[in-house]
Design a protein around this ligand. Structure first.
Ligand code: MN
Length: 412
């Protein structure tokens, strides 16, 4: 009985059983799994190139923050991606490391080599193939039948080499729903453990995103054997909203980038999705493992290493998020920070509240700052300093040195 075929079938049966157990566990737990793609889709942003050792630093920070998996690179496309992944093996031990592949056996082989040595439950591949009419007709020149054949062949091949296999129909949000679901059914039957729903060009709204997720749940009967992942781009400024809508609808995995970096308008921002879940547990009722106190340092690290500056008003990581110049707000913040903040800086690992002194500042903030600098000043002096601040030219910064100067000139 112990023929090679029997042993092969037995091995496949064991692998299938383990796969199914892991997926059932994740689904039952109701957890939202964060899959970070800063190092792959984020790095695809023009000007955001990272050296392998820089990718390793970011990967370590993502591991510390608690993300579930890292889209670590595209081995078949770049030697630098292979080098970065090789540096992660044995160092990035908690998150699953996945490598991107086109639906080509040679890409799966390249991923297999790059991830060699990582434990079987911590290494995976993420295959993508364009499925929309635009991609089929103008990019691939393939019929629906030919696309299905490609999926069957490469997903099946990947499933022989990897326990964790994701399949994403590229441009899913512009693919006919019936064909999209056919691709998913086939991919799962060939061994895909995750199916991805990428809004490749970032055109969906939250309502339409939910409709897609419902359609997938209704028309992919073997979905109990795979996790459902979503991937949104921000072309309409809706990537985070779309991601949250899909979480509400039951998506298991969300793919995001730190600071929302990525091609064009970028990707769904990891820190924003995390904080929306953290602030509204009653609404989403989903657990997640990302440590919110690691977010701001993570945002700063990615900005520093990619050279892509964080816009000042960017939620969570922007420099203005805990800074205010308005007198009424400053007075409130001094009495109780919660008066004018949705959450305290320490919740996201931020440096602290900054009361910026400027034309809109009032007595309380100026007096508070003078006191912090050990400069005693009565009400009369404070009012004079405020007068001087109001006369400063547009854009003047009232830092500690300037405040000392102003205080000295009033007291003189
Ligand atoms: Mn993308």
């Amino acid at each position: 009985m112990s023929s090679p075929t029997f042993l092969k079938n037995l091995a496949k049966h064991v692998t299938d059983t383990v796969r199914h157990a892991v997926i059932s566990h994740h689904k039952r737990s109701g957890a939202v799994l964060f899959s970070d793609t800063t190092l792959r889709d984020g790095e695809q942003m023009p000007g955001a190139t990272l050296e392998p050792f820089e990718k390793l630093r970011i990967a370590k920070a993502l591991q510390d923050a608690g993300v579930h998996s890292l889209d670590a690179g595209f081995p078949a496309s770049s030697e630098a991606d292979v080098a970065a992944i090789r540096m992660m093996i044995g160092v990035i031990t908690r998150p699953v490391l996945t490598a991107l592949c086109r639906t080509l056996r040679s890409d799966v082989d390249a991923a297999d080599r790059a991830l060699h040595g990582n434990p079987v439950h911590k290494r995976g591949v993420s295959l993508f193939c364009g499925t929309s009419p635009l991609h089929r007709e103008h990019k691939l020149n393939k019929s629906r039948t030919e696309i299905l054949k490609i999926i069957e062949d490469t997903v099946g091949y990947a499933a022989e080499k990897f326990r964790i296999v994701a399949f994403s129909p590229e441009d899913a949000s512009r693919t006919e729903v019936d064909f999209l679901c056919e691709c998913y059914r086939l991919a799962i039957s060939c061994g895909a453990t995750t199916i991805g729903f990428p809004d490749t060009v970032g055109l969906l709204t939250p309502e339409k995103a939910r409709t897609f997720i419902k359609a997938i749940q209704d028309n992919v009967p073997n979905l109990d054997r795979a996790l459902l992942a979503v991937h949104f781009h921000n072309d309409l400024g809706l990537a985070v909203a779309n991601t949250l809508a899909c979480i509400q609808e039951g998506a298991n995995v969300v793919q995001c980038t730190v600071n929302g970096i990525g091609e064009r308008a970028g990707n769904a921002s990891l820190e924003e999705v995390v904080m929306a879940l953290a602030m509204h547990p009653d609404q989403y009722k989903r657990s997640f493992k990302v440590d919110t106190t690691k977010l701001v340092p993570l945002c700063h690290l990615v900005a520093e290493l990619t050279g892509i500056m964080i816009p000042r008003m960017k939620p969570i990581g922007g420099t203005n998020i805990f800074a205010t110049e308005a007198g009424i707000h400053q007075d409130g913040l001094l009495k109780n920070p919660d008066t004018y903040l949705p959450f305290r800086p320490e919740k996201v690992g931020g440096a602290g509240i900054q009361l910026v002194l400027g034309r809109h500042s009032g007595r309380k903030a100026v007096a508070h700052r003078l006191q912090a600098l050990n400069l005693s000043a009565d009400d009369h002096v404070v009012l004079k300093i405020i007068d001087l601040i109001k006369q400063l030219p547009k854009g003047a910064v009232v830092d500690d040195a300037r405040l000392r100067q102003l205080a000295a000139s009033v007291n003189a």
